[in-house]
Design a protein around this ligand. Structure first.
Ligand SMILES: Nc1ncnc2c1ncn2[C@@H]1O[C@H](COP(=O)(O)OP(=O)(O)OP(=O)(O)O)[C@@H](O)[C@H]1O
Ligand SMILES: [Mg+2]
Length: 333
């Protein structure tokens, strides 16, 4: 189901500055959608426009069927929003704040208290809920911000940099929470980060912005698809890597050094492209069994070559695509 649709959305903060968002047309559906881009890419601007808090310069968008031009209030009543910056009153107890936010979204007093207790338990703040938020750590503040975004049982949540300022363990916990919201609770999530690597783990779909322009909008599995390449690490005298590479090449494999590893191209599957005699032409519908056999043959060749040379085989692993490669592929250095 499409929950967000934008049409040529453009935002200029001034006529002299470049557009913060440039003719952006995207669709966001169920599950977790990662919105990634460097600082200033336009992530927060897009979220504020989708919430009806900022007006676009041109173009339009709908959120859960509501138009951003004129139906901002209807949108905000059904969307949970976790802002990027600290927005928590320091002299309030967390429980009171979350109840208050629930009341602001239209919940009666008793359900607001119940929901607040529930969401604070979900985000792991059950024990600290009676403390003043001024004394909270960054991790606790992020959790409190997440709790207030969930208290009114939203149909969609927009989380702006929920992992900002967190240490690696707290970051993993937050990412797991975000994933649970999208998958276990079934609430579509739009989540931003400037770290591509962390969103590739939890997102079903990823939208990549670069200085206001759309770079990619694709299913995450497309990025993570097995490339067919194999990475090999060998151990031996200093020239072990070079000798292994040369020996693999002598056995007809196409390979190259990649850092301390050797990257090997897949062996073409039987039947692929033989009509033209061009073995490099990929079969448009590869037979998975043939691909697996080719993969096994490649591993056998690697094993036998290493044994022959007397070098140690540390690892042989498939190379998968990564979101990090997006920027490397698309943006000139
Ligand atoms: N209120 C504003 N007035 C003028 N320019 C703004 C305003 N808000 C954002 N911008 C500009 O718009 C561009 C996009 O900013 P935005 O905050 O949306 O980026 P972002 O992707 O959220 O970045 P970050 O990762 O740093 O949060 C930036 O060049 C920023 O300077
Ligand atoms: Mg931002």
């Amino acid at each position: 189901m499409t929950v967000i649709q934008t049409r040529s959305l453009t935002k200029r903060f001034s006529s002299s500055a470049p557009a913060a968002l440039n003719e952006l047309s995207i669709e966001v559906g169920d599950g977790v959608t990662g919105l990634v881009g460097a600082n200033g890419a336009g992530k927060s601007t897009l979220i504020k426009i989708l919430l009806g808090l900022l007006a676009p310069t041109s173009g339009g968008a709908t959120v859960l069927g509501h138009d951003i031009g004129g139906q901002g209030e209807a949108i905000r009543s059904v969307v949970g929003y976790m802002p990027e910056h600290d927005c928590l009153p320091p002299d309030m107890r967390c429980i009171d704040f979350v109840v208050h936010m629930g009341r602001m979204s239209g919940l009666p007093p008793a359900p607001a208290r119940e929901r607040a207790a529930d969401v604070l338990r979900h985000v792991g703040l059950a024990e600290e809920r009676y403390r003043l938020m001024g004394g909270y750590s960054t991790g606790m503040k992020q959790r409190a911000k997440l709790a207030q975004a969930l208290v009114h049982d939203p149909q969609l949540v927009m989380l702006d940099e929920p992992t900002n300022g967190l240490d690696p363990a707290a970051r993993d916990d937050m990412l797991a929470l975000v994933q649970r919201i999208g998958h276990d609770f079934g609430i579509p999530v739009l989540v931003t980060s400037h770290l591509l690597g962390e969103l590739e783990r939890i997102s079903d779909h990823v939208v990549v912005l670069d200085a206001g322009d759309l770079l990619r909008s694709e299913a995450t599995r497309t990025f993570l698809a097995d490339t067919g390449l194999v990475l090999v690490e060998v151990l031996g005298e200093t020239d072990a890597q070079t000798r292994m590479g040369e020996a693999l090449a002598a056995r007809g494999l196409s390979c190259r050094p990649r850092g301390t590893l050797i990257e090997i191209d897949p062996i073409p599957t039987e039947g692929a492209g033989d009509d033209t005699g061009n073995a490099a032409t990929a079969d448009p519908m590869p037979d998975p069994e043939a691909a697996a056999r080719a993969h096994d043959r490649l591993r056998d060749v690697v094993r036998d070559t290493a044994a022959e040379l007397g070098v140690g085989l540390v690892r042989v692993q498939p190379q998968t695509g990564r979101l990090e490669d997006v920027f490397r592929d698309e943006v000139p250095a």
